[in-house]
Design a protein around this ligand. Structure first.
Ligand SMILES: Cc1ncc(COP(=O)(O)O)c(C=O)c1O
Length: 428
């Protein structure tokens, strides 16, 4: 495991070259680490719970590709499933039995899912689920929550969290006024504001049932039930974006854990086991509106890709009840240890935690909405991340993200992280 002085020769050279060839040197904004004021690490490989950079430095990885790698890097079952699939052909643009198998796994686990449509990214899946909701209701407006992120499709970029929060972009240039006007933004955990927004008769209310793109901000007791009741009362469809929580917080995602069933569910990350796959799913009569069963058009050259399907199936098969107790135990050990370390160091920090997910907030109490998350001490958070990276712990380089424990992490990784955290917090 990582220790000692870190070198950055090859990472620095790769970044310099990348800046000439890729906007900001990266293919997705948060990777650039701008919010914590340093240059990114270029990765050579991953082993279990650890990353090895191009300079040979080792890190305990709590990012895990931002969630897909619930089994860890290069899990042997996943690698052999993908290798076998690749040897049989990487893409056909024709149906395969494995896609049906994966759909069956989703339907068996996720309470709201009777039928499934695969896509290649969570962005596409969320966008397509909302197209379906609009078609099914004959309405246009969508209600979303401030600080929630549902991918980068035009209408969903208003007040989104994740990379947008990190970069302080309220909405992106290039989004038309008409697209933005179709999205109504409501504060998270505020039932009264939601009631007012629903006077507009939206097609759908979309939420991350455990918001995790403003840092992890779980729903307050009763809030998800209120969403279900409001949707029923107004004829809007309830869409749970479980791209992060799906197959992570429980076998059937947050909807199983909270016992609230949405009309449509968006899945991503874990469903592809580290390869590009996502999906949307829901009741049969809704899903049969999708082409070619119905006329709501949506398609994809690589949708249900054989390699991604194989990785997803191999990953889901590792996720039994004991896996979820372990993910819960790890996340709680980390959250408890970090808050204790902050207390000892006199740093105002608090943790939000769910099975397989946590965020350390640099505020005395965990926030209950996006405004609260934005009030955290972002300078302290940035200094903490930089110090941890220097000590071989790779954290999400932003306050507005969650940490992702995996089945490859163990007590030694938690201990290494906590001992680095004690040192860094003492210096803050
Ligand atoms: C909740 C949520 N929805 C949708 C997305 C978009 O998924 P993708 O990055 O695969 O397009 C993300 C990505 O982080 C997400 O966290």
């Amino acid at each position: 495991m990582g220790s000692g002085a870190r070198v950055a020769g090859r990472s620095a050279a790769a970044y310099e070259r990348a800046l000439e060839l890729l906007p900001g040197g990266v293919n997705s904004p948060v990777r650039a680490m701008r919010q914590i004021g340093r240059d990114p690490v270029f990765v050579a490989r991953g082993e279990g719970a650890e990353l090895i950079d191009v300079d040979g430095n080792r890190y305990v990885d709590w990012v895990m590709s931002w969630g897909p790698l619930i089994a860890g890097h290069a899990h042997p079952d996943v690698v052999s499933a993908v290798t076998a699939a690749a040897a049989a052909g990487t893409s056909f643009g024709a149906p395969t039995e494995a896609e049906v198998e994966l759909a069956a796994e989703v339907v068996e686990r996720v309470p709201s899912a009777e039928m499934v449509r695969m896509t290649s990214s969570g962005t596409e899946a969320a966008m397509s689920a909302l197209r379906l909701a609009r078609a099914a209701t004959g309405r246009e407006q969508i209600v979303k929550f401030a600080g929630a992120y549902h991918g980068h499709s035009d209408g969903l970029l208003a007040d989104a969290g994740s990379g947008l929060a990190t970069h302080g972009i309220p909405a992106s240039p290039g989004v038309t006024a008409a697209q933005a006007a179709d999205t109504v933004i409501v504060p998270w955990n505020d039932p009264a504001a939601l009631g007012a927004a629903l006077a507009e008769s939206p097609a759908a209310i979309i939420c991350e049932p455990y918001a995790a793109n403003m840092g992890l901000v779980p729903p307050e007791p009763g809030f998800l039930v209120a969403l279900r009741d409001h949707a029923d009362a107004t004829g809007a469809l309830l869409v749970f974006d479980e791209v992060i929580t799906g197959f992570r917080v429980a076998r059937g995602g947050a909807q199983e854990r909270e016992n609230v069933t949405p009309d449509l569910t968006v899945l991503g990350k874990v469903i592809g086991g580290g390869l590009p796959a996502a999906a949307y799913a829901g009741r049969r009569e809704l899903m049969e509106l999708v082409a070619p069963a119905g006329d709501v058009y949506q398609a994809g050259t690589l949708s249900g890709n054989p390699l991604a399907t194989a990785a997803g199936l191999a990953t889901l098969r590792l996720l039994d009840e004991s896996a979820y107790s372990e993910l819960d135990r790890l996340a709680r050990a980390l959250a408890d240890g970090l808050t204790a370390a902050a207390r000892e160091a006199g740093v105002a920090a608090s943790a939000a935690v769910e099975p397989g997910l946590l965020t350390l907030f640099f505020s005395p109490e965990p926030p209950r909405d996006y405004e609260g998350a934005k009030r955290c001490d972002l300078d302290a958070q940035a200094a903490f991340c930089r110090g941890m990276l220097d000590r071989g712990v790779y954290l999400p380089p932003s306050q507005f993200e969650a940490w992702f424990p995996s089945l490859a992490h163990g007590d030694a990784h938690v201990e290494q992280t906590l001992s680095a955290a004690r040192e860094v917090l003492a210096e803050l």
